[in-house]
Design a protein. Structure first.
Length: 168
């Protein structure tokens, strides 16, 4: 799976991951229930780190990355929508202005104004849709990160408990 990463996406993912349930963001407490020495505990923790990383496909020491690019924005922006709307309106107005009893230049002017207004409304609607898509993407990224982190924590805990430690 290919990862895409930008500064904004990374910042967003980090901010959202910090806002998740506190239990997911906290480190686990490991107690040597069978009297293991500090040296033995460190070796066991490292072995379990390696095993959990392999089992879950998640490395908690790695910088978080997005799993897909953020939703793109259409080139042109508000100016493009306004100009397109004005041009379409002007052409339509000019055509209507060719009808008997209508002035072509007045029709084009009215059409351009109406088209610009409609283009601006379209841009506002598109901007709102883009923002909703971006928020949904951010939530999906944070959820994917949390799920991977949770799988790692479960594997790490299972390994340590199997070696005689109490993990909370």
């Amino acid at each position: 799976m290919k990862c895409f990463c930008s500064f904004t996406a990374l910042f967003t993912l980090l901010a959202l991951s910090l806002a998740l349930t506190p239990a997911m963001a906290q480190d686990l407490f490991v107690f040597p229930a069978k009297g293991q020495s500090d040296q033995q505990m460190e070796r066991d923790k490292f072995d379990c780190f390696q095993w959990a990383k392999k089992q879950s496909g998640f490395d908690p020491m790695e910088t978080p990355r997005t799993t897909s690019p953020p939703p793109g924005q259409k080139a042109g922006g508000a100016g493009g929508d306004l100009l397109t709307g004005a041009a379409v309106g002007a052409v339509g107005g000019a055509i209507l202005g060719k009808l008997p009893h209508k002035s072509g230049s007045k029709g084009a002017a009215y059409g351009a104004g109406a088209g610009a207004l409609l283009g601006g409304m379209h841009h506002s609607s598109k901007k709102s849709q883009d923002e909703k898509a971006r928020q949904q993407w951010e939530q999906e990224q944070a959820s994917a990160y949390a799920n991977k982190r949770n799988a790692y924590n479960r594997a790490y805990s299972a390994c340590l408990e199997g070696k005689g430690y109490t993990v909370k």
